[in-house]
Design a protein around this ligand. Structure first.
Ligand code: TYD
Ligand code: MG
Length: 467
């Protein structure tokens, strides 16, 4: 008899190895490879004879379609991120760092749905019933009809939720605690997590209940992270935020039923998460417009404009190699902008440390922030504050040209709404909206921007030259 072969699976990235090794070739992580039984997971157990295939009817792309049936929570920031509510018969994965507020968010969602007459089951594998109740009391959700269970075994969970009337929504908190009798590996391994998630997805598809799965993002890689199941679920949302700040962002990274670039913004308070309907006001809240090195970026998150302040500090270095530190932005993008400033504008930063920070712990992923960042850098170097009522956006190319970005009109409208009466933006931006009192300054290239900022800096330094 052939001895069943075992395989060695990296718990961080899921790469399969033939033998154990200290370091995974796939992701470079150490001590993440664990021996697993390949037959134990999805696809049946050992000794199963493959059955003869059954032909399914082929069909065409045109035909009747239905709008996906959704259940709305009434929490508009959450509904926005899911693309209009949870879809029946689908599985959503909500990932995030431990302690960021995933359980809090889902308890609030469960309570809201339950108040709307839906049958909601909350399965907690991490906390005891008493702990979940305590949180529910704090969130003012204790009086709702949310059904609660503390269980981690996949078969027991399926039996529990299969009993009685079909639930509208099931929350599994979290996938890392799931373990199944059919898989031989230890709980928390890739095989166990995949088997558990597979079973939950199958339940959702069969019954039409919506399934919400919570997954912790783990940097250590000891426990299988949400990434190994991202491809299996219908939607993936990440709950992000900085522990030092109160607000949290629910970001859609995959959605089979809606757009993927939407965000929901929340603020953590002592009675749970509060919706933030105007994120720009939050991010600009603690602004000190008089200090050099601060520029306001008019950004977009999906369909929603978000204004946020970027702060730069450029200071002469005392080290051989100057420091470059970035929080909330891509550091290679900063290196690129510094190179363009040196090459095309004669701004020498080789003897300067450069620190860059996005206010409020927010993360910018848009290249449209280039112009705001360049402005902040030049402003800090020149030691003069930028005009307080000016917003910036535009992408910078390696040639120093400022390239147009999408959704110019929406960015300007939001800026104007928040009291910014001028903006610096790429030239040839199509359809500039008429504004009541705004001044839209079109910037051709980076040298143009630098001379404008440096020009006003010189005027500040020698005010008498002005008249
Ligand atoms: P939690 O939802 O347990 O995080 P996760 O499920 O993502 O691990 O939230 C944990 C943090 O949230 C905890 O540090 C306390 C804080 N918190 C509040 O500030 N206010 C509240 O009302 C609640 C319930 C939690
Ligand atoms: Mg939790």
């Amino acid at each position: 008899m052939v001895k069943p072969k075992t395989q060695f699976v990296c718990q961080n990235c899921g790469t399969v190895h033939n033998r154990w090794a200290g370091k995974c070739d796939g992701c470079g992580e150490w001590n993440t490879i664990v021996e697993e039984d390949p037959m134990g997971g999805i696809g049946g157990g050992p000794g199963k004879v493959p059955k003869k295939g059954r032909a399914v009817a082929l069909t065409t792309l045109s035909g009747e379609t239905e709008e996906a049936p959704r259940i709305h929570t009434g929490i508009s920031e959450l509904d926005r991120a899911t693309g209009g509510g949870f879809v029946r018969g689908s599985a959503v994965l909500i990932g995030g760092d431990p302690g960021i507020g995933k359980s809090t968010l889902l308890m609030q969602a469960a309570a809201a749905l339950s108040r709307r007459g839906h049958r909601i089951i909350y399965v907690s594998g991490e906390e005891a019933v008493a702990q979940v109740r305590l949180r529910a009391q704090r969130l003012g959700a204790a009086d709702t009809d949310v059904l609660l269970a503390a269980e981690t075994n996949v078969e027991d969970i399926l039996a529990t939720i299969g009993e009685g009337k079909r639930p509208d929504l099931v929350i599994i908190d979290s996938i890392q605690t799931l373990w199944s009798d059919t898989a031989d590996s230890a709980p928390g391994t890739v095989t166990q997590v995949r088997t558990g998630v597979q079973a939950m997805i199958r339940y959702a598809k069969q019954t039409g209940a919506a399934m919400v799965l919570v997954g912790h993002v783990t940097k250590e890689g000891q426990i299988a992270g949400p990434r190994v199941v991202e491809h299996m679920v219908d939607a993936v949302l990440y709950f992000e935020g900085d522990r030092g700040h109160h607000y949290r962002i629910l970001r859609t990274v995959k959605n089979r039923f809606g757009p993927t670039d939407e965000i929901g913004v929340f603020e953590m308070s002592d009675i749970g998460l509060r919706e933030v309907t105007n994120p720009s006001e939050l991010f600009l809240g603690e602004r000190n417009a008089k200090s050099p090195g601060a520029a306001v970026f008019a950004g977009m998150e999906g369909t929603r404009p978000v204004l946020v302040e970027v702060q730069a500090l450029v200071a002469p270095t005392s080290l051989g190699t100057p420091r470059r530190a970035v929080v909330g932005w891509d550091s290679s993008r900063l290196a690129m902008i510094l190179a363009v400033l040196e090459a095309h504008c004669g701004v020498r930063l080789g003897q300067h440390d450069v620190y860059l920070n996005v206010a409020g712990g927010y993360r910018i992923s848009e290249p449209a922030a280039d112009l705001a960042i360049a402005s902040a850098l030049v402003s800090s170097l020149a030691g003069s504050a930028l005009p307080a009522d000016c917003a910036y956006f535009g992408e910078i190319s390696l040639s120093g040209a400022v390239r147009p970005v999408s959704k110019t009109a929406q960015r300007l409208k939001e800026a104007e709404k928040l009291g910014f009466s001028s903006a610096m933006l790429p030239a040839s931006s199509a359809e500039l909206p008429k504004s009541s009192n705004g001044r839209w300054i079109e910037i051709e290239d980076l040298p143009d921007l630098v001379s404008r900022i440096a020009g006003s800096a010189a005027r500040f330094a020698n005010p008498q030259e002005d008249d």
